[in-house]
Ligand binder design. Structure first.
Ligand SMILES: Nc1ncnc2c1ncn2[C@@H]1O[C@H](COP(=O)(O)OP(=O)(O)OP(=O)(O)O)[C@@H](O)[C@H]1O
Ligand code: SF4
Ligand SMILES: [Mg+2]
Length: 385
């Protein structure tokens, strides 16, 4: 690198640092805000049958090397009582989307930079924007109304406390006036719901349980407060195949029993085929296609989704990882002005050199972001590669 280039690079890094400091200050100011008037976060659902609506959500990480646009304009809905499967290859922004809902991003680097997450808060008969609500309000919603199941159960469980203590703590936190005896009964009730009937588990420590059992306990914790929405981020990836099947059967069974909405993030298309009512396909921080499970599996439109379907699962046959399409995802710090999939797409046409494609409605439930479907085209315009 020449001296001139080094100088230029140093100036660029200084510029990034200055910009980040400004963002960190804004974040710290926002975190300290007290007495935020309700009017600042009250909103209206686009459709009152939805439990959650992502509207052009943007979540960025302000890092030393530049702004990582992990989620860059995500829009989709979770209807009440339904399961939404979110798929896409590693790094496409699935976890960051869910952490944005829970407001669990690692600040001040990770921040919601724009858009809205509208939540239909039935307990208070109102709709609120989760990106704007004060931290204190969020503490009440998290775990109580919206709960999360992480990939690795030990992220949720504390190794130094018994299962009973942790489960009770969780129930008490959300029901401070509940009598001790009722707390224990509720704990045993949710353990039973996840298929654990032996009472002795109450006094066990997490390390005394198998991985599958631990994940059941984590699911029990997520159910303890009758949440309206459960976000499960790769809930079975850390488990071996037979246990995976059991946990999935459990989730499917619970779906019928608890009447909650589920946002299920997974690499496993077999799981999505079996569990989801709707599917959202993400690529490089954006939604490239969404529709009912039937539309996505039987009539995929986006070349990326079509690629994924090459690993199309059969019932009772699980696919460990998504089919890998040759090529790489663009750098999230420096995203191109055109379709992000262009360098890997086998169907691209001249128009793909132009602006990023808008989301096009194929049916009222099926949307795709690809130039091939503009102006009512069926997508069969042929490729140039
Ligand atoms: N703390 C962080 N700092 C900087 N970048 C981050 C951070 N967390 C996530 N990212 C970036 O955000 C992008 C999206 O990450 P995310 O974890 O949401 O991916 P994912 O779709 O959940 O992937 P996987 O399937 O591997 O879990 C990635 O490019 C990742 O590198
Ligand atoms: S817009 Fe073009 S490059 Fe992008 S997926 Fe569609 S055809 Fe491929
Ligand atoms: Mg993830």
């Amino acid at each position: 690198m020449s001296r001139e280039e080094k100088k230029e690079q140093r100036a660029k890094l200084r510029e990034i640092k200055k910009f980040n400091n400004k963002k960190y200050k804004e974040y710290n100011k926002m975190m300290k805000q007290k007495n935020v008037p309700e009017s600042e976060y009250l909103t209206t659902m686009k459709n009152p049958d939805n439990i959650l609506e992502f509207d052009n959500l943007r979540t960025y990480f302000y890092t030393d090397t530049g702004t990582v646009k992990s989620v860059d304009g995500v829009t989709f809905e979770i209807p009440r009582g339904k399961t939404i499967g979110v798929v896409g290859e590693s790094g496409c922004g699935k976890s960051v989307t869910s952490l944005s809902v829970m407001r669990l991003l690692q600040g001040p680097q990770g921040q919601i930079a724009g858009g809205a997450i509208r939540y239909n808060q039935e307990s208070k008969n109102r709709a609120i924007d989760l990106t704007k609500i004060p931290v204190k309000e969020m503490e009440h919603i998290r775990g109580n109304e919206i709960s999360m199941i992480f990939q690795e159960p030990m992220t949720t469980l504390n190794p130094v406390f018994t299962i009973g203590a942790q489960l009770s703590e969780c129930i008490k936190l959300h029901n401070p006036n509940m009598a001790e005896e009722d707390v224990k009964n509720r704990a045993l009730e949710v353990l039973k719901l996840v298929g654990i009937v032996r009472e002795g588990i109450y006094d066990n420590y997490p390390h005394e349980l198998s991985g599958g059992m631990r994940q059941r306990v984590v699911i029990a914790m997520s159910l303890a407060c009758d949440p309206q929405l459960i976000i499960a981020d790769e809930p079975t990836t850390a488990l071996d195949v037979t246990i995976q099947a059991q946990i999935l059967d459990l989730l499917r069974d619970l779906k019928e029993k608890i009447n909650a909405s589920i946002m299920l993030i997974t690499h496993d298309l077999g799981v999505v085929a079996e569990m989801a009512d709707y599917v959202v396909v993400m690529y490089a921080g954006r939604v490239v296609e969404q529709g009912t499970a039937d539309e996505i599996f039987h009539d995929p439109k986006h070349p990326y989704t079509i690629g994924l379907m090459k690993s199309k699962p059969m019932i009772n046959e699980r696919v460990e990882r998504l089919y890998s399409i040759p090529g790489n995802v663009p750098n999230p710090i420096n995203l191109p002005p055109h379709c992000y999939f262009k360098n890997r797409c086998e169907s691209c046409v001249e128009k793909c050199e132009g602006a990023y494609p808008e989301l096009i409605e194929v049916t009222p439930t099926h949307k795709v972001s690809c130039h091939l479907y503009e102006n009512g085209n069926s997508g069969k315009t042929g490729g140039n590669k």
